[in-house]
Design a protein around this ligand. Sequence first.
Ligand code: PGA
Length: 257
Amino acid sequence: MRKKIIAGNWKMNTDLNSGLELAKNVSQKVDEFAFNSDEFGMIVSPPFTHIHAIGNVLSSKIGLSSQNVAEWSNGAYTGEISAQMVKSIGANYAILGHSERRSYFGEDNQVLFTKLKLTLENNLTPIFCIGEVLEEREENKQFDVVKSQIDEVLFKLDVVDFKKVIIAYEPVWAIGTGKTASPEQAQEIHAYIRKIVADKFGANVADNTTVLYGGSCKPSNADGLFSQPDIDGGLIGGAALNADDFVQLLKQLVANK
Ligand code: PGA
């Protein structure tokens, strides 16, 4: 059965000291909480600069992720960080295609497919983000938008690689805005995502695909979201910067599944 996950996206927040402090606090709270780690997982995604140091203080129950990788494997790309570098400092996951990367850095489906391949080649598990902007939601285009984001990137993988991917549905209008999708809105899209995965790769693969929800998810609204059958956890921004809230979300996930 698919794994249920709480993943924290720290974005460009914390310096090394405050990042280490946060990772230690989260680790301590997670270690005090007994849960089945085959069924549930927790991941943190600090800035590149902290990943290595955080790996040294992080609970063994928590996975470590980058927030991006370069679209090249190595060479003269000043300022870029490759998937291989990320892997070599102890990370096992990489967030790809976050809406902030798509909108501020112009990452399109073609670039994301290249990044996806490099991520998989370096044995990092991709956390691949999809989701519509407000205008698209208002025009009821959310289904078409997520379908094309999946078709043009994830469905270009073979089934063996596709099965390694974690999908994160993040309606862009809900990210950092305090506006969450209602549990029904989120469930509707998650069920649709699972349906198109089933159409492409079969019901068994769809059943085993983890689909996270992201966008202003916090303890006060998580129960409604996590109790939905096709929501397998969350990709958490703001609330991942508070150790109590972040670990509380894991507890709520476990309680709702
Ligand atoms: P948020 O961010 O929880 O602060 O809305 C989620 C994300 O961007 O991954």
